[in-house]
Design a protein. Sequence first.
Length: 364
Amino acid sequence: MARWKIKNVGMKGVAMAVPKNVVKTSDFDFFSQEEAEVFDNAVGIKSRHIAPDSMCASDMCQAAAEKLIEELGWERDSIDVLLFESVTGDYRTPPTSCILQDRLALSENCFCMDIPMGCCGCMYAITVAGNLLTTGNVRRALLLIGDTALRMGSMKDKSRVPLFGDCGTAVALEYDETANDIVVDFHTYGKGYEALMTPHGGFRHPANPTSFEYEDFGNGIVRAPIHTLINGMNVFSFAISRPPKSIESFLADYNLDRNVDIDYFLIHQANKMIVDRIVKKLKFPQAKVPYNLEEFGNLGGASIPSLMVSRLRDELMTKECSLLMSSFGLGLTWGTMWMKSKPMYISDVIKICLLYTSPSPRDS
């Protein structure tokens, strides 16, 4: 069973950065005003922050990281681990974490790693870093989680475009013998991988001229094989069945009373229909389930930390909170995490234009 109890690791802070540019559903030219209103009400996503082409996920993550490092008062040489969780890295190679190690002026002794796990990515990053920190051999980790997911798809695909927003987050973990355990549980259903995928552009199907040929699938879905696709019905069926079942088992295994032992349920903000169905199925108290998808859309792996910043800032900064987190996405993968946080630093939502401009790589 892929379950861990991570000891001696505390979360010390979370920061979030988004582009200043906001796009409302009604701004998309493939929607009529009536269609936009139906989408807003049914899917629940009314606006999203969209990055310009010159801005990458790493830029937003860097902005969040700089703020977090400053507020925590961490010396940059004291950061032993840097993880970058994203499916929209700067380049195919090298790993973006290595680039960020330089841009953040971290030590050459820093362990760097990219984790491309999509919507479950925050939990994967916490699990990897937590297991590195738990023995005390390394003491501080910076997790950078973000995506510019919109540009992975076709701008003519009305089934996908309005769902996503762009965001970068930073999470600080530290070896702390007084910290409460972090318990995490993961599952994988690889048979369903085609429900969320980018067919061309990898080494199974390298990009070629046909990769960019658009096909009209009807119902406003126009895309090419180079674009990321979503099989909406398969994803919906998966999201409202397997993750809730795992959460129920998790609560039972640890004798957790959803009405007493948990302060907040942080559910991946895929869309309102999915989150509402999970909440209803598991009989979660509605007051304990924060939403931010109406303002930011689906932020992929950054969804959970974005909830902490945009909806729970005061609570997380001032008191201990028992948090049950649920994420699901690419792979298909899903996970449940439970942690009791102590008061930590939480940033305001940072809004940026552009932080970093990469020099054009020279031809070798």
